[in-house]
Design a binder for this molecule. Sequence first.
Ligand code: SIN
Length: 291
Amino acid sequence: MLKSDYFTTHPISGALGAEISGLDLSMPLNAAVFEQLHQALIEYKVLFFRDQDLTPEQHIAFGRMFGEPMEDEFVKEMDAHPELIELLQEADDSGYNFGGTWHSDSTYREQPPMGVALYARELPPFGGDTTWTNMELVYSSLSKGMQTLLDPLKAEHVAQGYREKMSIIKGDYTKSFNKEDIVVRNVSHPVVRKHPVSGNKSLYINEAYALRFSGMTEDESKPLIDYLCRFAIQPHFTCRFRWLPGSLALWDNRNTMHFAIGDYFGHRRLMHRYTIQGDTPVGLVEVANNG
Ligand code: SIN
């Protein structure tokens, strides 16, 4: 477990996630504190901070320590703070729940986000928790035979599912999905991803965007993709966070998936999100070929 001179780390589950106490994120972090916090992020994959009182500028400054802001292709940035997007669920919204599917963010992009700093501004009196799953633990829990099968594979990721949902229930959730021209791309990524910092291997596939294995049909791919996505969300791979106003979650999007639980109908929830630019996922085979 990480020992820090500057903050205390309290793991919230055996799989991933830790609450960090002793830091005020409204103040700039010096290089030594940042270094240990970054190490904690690599170790725990999602960090939670309580009782933070942040202006949008302070939230952005914190996010920027981890990387440049990344534009979201579905959600319009805030007019006053283009580095942030607003995730808003109104009390009278029905139907769609933003983030209510197990996913890693924007894997349909060539360079999906490295991570996210999500800050809670207004919360329902109950519900609205978010859950994460540790895709390194998931990969290491697969049989050797399955790992060997998956190691050289790539999968194609598309945002098509979101576009279809938009046309079906448009109006219910245009407050969140509010960009006019959505680019639907199709990119392929390794199914087993090597973490650029730790070198750890994680399963890199998700039900929101992974359509098929490269070189296979959707029908051929679906049973295994479905199996892996079900396998990945077993409770012992996950953690669950109860938000309170002023909570901030910082997650590594390269080796986790998350799911926002939409169980607070009739109540408002407002989150501000800073998305951190990521790099091109690297798989095991490319690493072997290049090295
Ligand atoms: C998301 O980024 O997928 C939404 C997370 C949340 O609102 O809890």
